[in-house]
Design a protein around this ligand. Structure first.
Ligand SMILES: Nc1nc2c(ncn2[C@@H]2O[C@H](COP(=O)(O)OP(=O)(O)OP(=O)(O)O)[C@@H](O)[C@H]2O)c(=O)[nH]1
Ligand SMILES: [Mg+2]
Length: 415
């Protein structure tokens, strides 16, 4: 049985409820009235039906069927849903305040208590402004300020990965932000396979999470080190995507959410910037590169429209700085040049604000969900299938996922 309850009116005072009833459309009035006969409101109807049921000597399940509740579905009251009539009880029909909206407060309190984790990876050539941009995003020296790096590995001479975690607190909400920096990406003369350490890192975090999930005694909160977002820095050349950009994003786009940005966009004129952005979008499309937000993961029309707007403005042309300046009496983050100040948060100057809004204000939770429901899920399914296959080849029926290393190398090579 599916039940949808509209809060509107349910949390209002009696006066407001009456007003709402008077304002209602005639069509819905009719249905509402017919409902009222059967069930003046939920709180009254339920005992009546229960009484009837008791008289007839019905069992609980039968009584539920007898209730034949109605649902509002696509604007129509009383539509049958999966062969069953389900109830739609308007807030105005409820006597008194039930308090369902308080669930949001409960969730908020829990999240605030536990805090949440967000892991960003920044990838791009040395000197493109990765550290500066992360510091600008979180307005602190997050990227450079250090704590103990929990991951530092030199896989080859090309790329070193460093992850630095910080707990940021704003208005009582705690966020453990981890920035995974990849200095030196693409800096070598031969950049062949320079994405491999990054692919390896991303997959290792999925593997870690999978192993925690498979433990018999699982932790209630599994530490989440999975990369929720990878900001890929494109040099502001004004040309097209370079082969290294194509290769990197092609591979990584399948396992992590990539947000490409044009670094140091202050070096481009307005026309150059627009043309460069357009060419990049064409190249992304032409090479079948998936960047965040992907069309196929849009959940509904509303999200599709919002995400289309994001897709049309990708890649964001950003400028970073951690310096503050005074402009018209206001303190702004900006880059001071001989001819003026580039205000990084001013949308007329660059698209830093769009990137910040996407990453932190509007899509942070979605990035986490896409990571968990799409990327991690793909990894999990593949790993479990691989281990089952290997195990059945050995003539055994089940096998716990234990030695990830061999399997992992195999799975990476398929990427
Ligand atoms: N013009 C301009 N310069 C920038 C911008 N962002 C950073 N810079 C400058 O570029 C230089 C390198 O910045 P970093 O943030 O250290 O670059 P990075 O990508 O972290 O470099 P690695 O850590 O070596 O990979 C610094 O001098 C910054 O001040 C920008 O948006 N525009
Ligand atoms: Mg750096």
């Amino acid at each position: 049985m599916e039940e949808r309850v509209e809060e509107e009116g349910g949390i209002m005072g009696q006066e407001q409820k009456d007003e709402d009833k008077n304002d209602e459309q005639p069509a819905s009035m009719t249905t509402q009235n017919s409902m009222t006969e059967k069930q003046e409101n939920c709180l009254k109807v339920c005992p009546v039906v229960e009484e009837k049921g008791k008289e007839k000597g019905m069992k609980e399940g039968e009584m539920k069927k007898e209730m034949e509740l109605e649902i509002e579905f696509d604007g129509e009251l009383g539509q049958s849903f999966s062969g069953q009539q389900v109830s739609f009880i308007r807030g105005a029909d409820l006597v008194g305040y039930v308090g369902i909206e308080a669930v949001l407060d409960q969730m908020r309190r829990k999240t605030m208590k536990a805090g949440f984790e967000f892991n960003i990876m920044v990838v791009g050539q040395s000197g493109l402004g990765k550290s500066t941009l992360v510091n600008t995003l979180f307005k602190s020296k997050v990227s450079r300020k250090s704590c103990m790096p929990d991951y530092a590995e030199e896989i080859s001479k090309t790329v070193k990965l460093h992850s630095v975690s910080h707990v940021i607190e704003e208005k009582g909400v705690k966020m453990k932000l981890t920035v995974i920096d990849t200095p030196g990406f693409g800096d070598q003369i031969n950049n062949e396979n320079c994405w491999e350490p990054i692919v390896k890192y991303v997959n290792e975090q999925y593997e870690k999470y999978l192993r925690e999930e498979l433990h018999v005694n699982r932790k209630t909160r599994i530490p989440d080190t999975r990369v929720h977002c990878c900001i890929y820095f494109l040099p502001a050349t004004g040309h097209r995507l370079r082969p290294i950009d194509v290769e990197f994003m092609k591979r990584l786009g399948k396992i992590v959410s990539i947000v490409p940005v044009i670094a140091k966009a202050d070096t481009l004129t307005i026309e150059e910037r627009l043309e460069f952005k357009e060419r990049i979008r064409q190249d992304l499309l032409g090479n079948g590169i998936q960047v965040y937000p992907q069309k196929e993961y849009d959940e509904d029309l509303e999200e599709h429209i919002i995400n289309n707007r994001i897709r049309e403005s990708i890649p964001f042309a950003v400028v970073g700085t951690d310096k503050e300046h005074q402009v018209n009496g206001n303190t702004v983050l900006g880059r001071k040049t001989k001819w003026g100040i580039i205000e990084v948060e001013n949308v007329a100057h660059c698209e830093f604000a769009n990137l910040r809004d996407l990453l932190i204000r509007s899509n942070l939770q979605d990035l986490k969900e896409v990571t968990h429901n799409i990327h991690y899920e793909t990894y999990r399914v593949r790993r479990l299938n691989e281990s089952n296959m290997n195990f059945s080849e050995m003539g055994l029926s089940t096998r716990p996922l234990e030695n990830g290393t061999a399997d992992k190398c195999e799975s990476e090579s398929q990427l």
